[in-house]
Ligand binder design. Sequence first.
Ligand SMILES: [Zn+2]
Length: 448
Amino acid sequence: MTTNCLTKHNKSQDIESSTSKKDKSLLVRRLARRSKWLKTSGGYLDYMRYYNFETSAKFSDDYKADENISSLGRCQHTWWLESRGDETRFRGIGCGHRDVCPLCGPYYQLVLSRESARQMVLVQEALDVAEDIELESYGLKLVLPFHKGVSERIDALLFTGESHIWRDEVDKLYKLVSELVKKWFPGVPFVMSPDYTGESAPTEPHYHFNVYLLPATLEIKGNSVSSSAIQHYFNEGELQLMRLSWRDAQNEAFGLELKEANFNIRYIKTEAQLYHWLRYLYRHSLSDIWRGWRGYHDDTGVLTYQYTKKDVAGRKKVTLEIDREQLSKAFFRLELIPTKFKRIRWYGSLSDGQRGKTMLAFGLEREVRDDDEDITWQYEASFSFVRFDKDGIVLESQDDERQNTGQLLKVFDDKLTYSPSSVKLGRRVVWLEPGGNYARAGPNSSNA
Ligand SMILES: [Zn+2]
């Protein structure tokens, strides 16, 4: 059986290396195109203008607001031709506004999620290959929604200027959920992050936690690894007990009298699903709004928003009208959250304090990444964006003074790097396969 597992993992590893690079570049390409649409035809900049003037404390200075909006609008307007040895590529210059840019923000989250997912795969390979643990799945996903009244009460603290109390209250939510997960799955490392809203009402508070659990317990003592696989199947009795403990935990913590409380649990069947779930867990808090944005109408101050409702009857598209004031709540909420607040948190042997020890015990190699890694690419020439084509983009070449020359150039997707430059990822530690093979499939090694 171990041999089978090995085969399975080696196979998936190969597929991962070749397809995930492509997946990522397709995702970034989609983000770039969507973002361009939002800013040119979707009315996003019209809305941002209002938002900046009306509600934002950060951009309260008019001049700065204008500057910010125009820099948002110019995101990936300029493209550079760059070279490295025999290779060349065209890379779009991003604006770097991670908080409000629908390209730079999600791109940043995407890179971090992929680094994490890759490391979760490595840990599972190490358990499988080095420790001979037969894993039953690629992990578990959990979604735990809080009672609406609790969300509303805590969320209101942000808007009444009590963001320090908000932070304490949300820390309690983390504690409540993490204690419960530890009780249900003792010794299993996990990561979690809250969503503040739901897809069906993307501006209204509806706090819920998304959790990813490794499919095994994992404890490190000295240099030795102690681990056992967790089952991927739960019977109705076990699920019922979990629901009851979730209900009781909320009743006790908030003085509620809930009769029932539901949550969602699923196991992750494939490596692709693992990447997908971590991408979801890491995603930007405005993702739903950007994805559902169908156009902002400046004259009426209303956003047309669409989402897909899934229930027993199937899938159906629902369209909502969200007025400007309501929409601003979603943007302003994120701005009011204290800057040092850490949204994505790891627990157990993969928590910040223990991860290094755990990864070293598996013989993985430590690498420090920073923003200056792309200096290997050399600037050659500058272009400006003209339009998207089905299979690439049309650019206009610029002279040495960066003036447009009128000369158009079609560049196909395989030469385009949609990853926006200017997005600062910051200093961070990633763990690589022994021997440095990781770079082959690493998110930052991709040209895309
Ligand atoms: Zn940008």
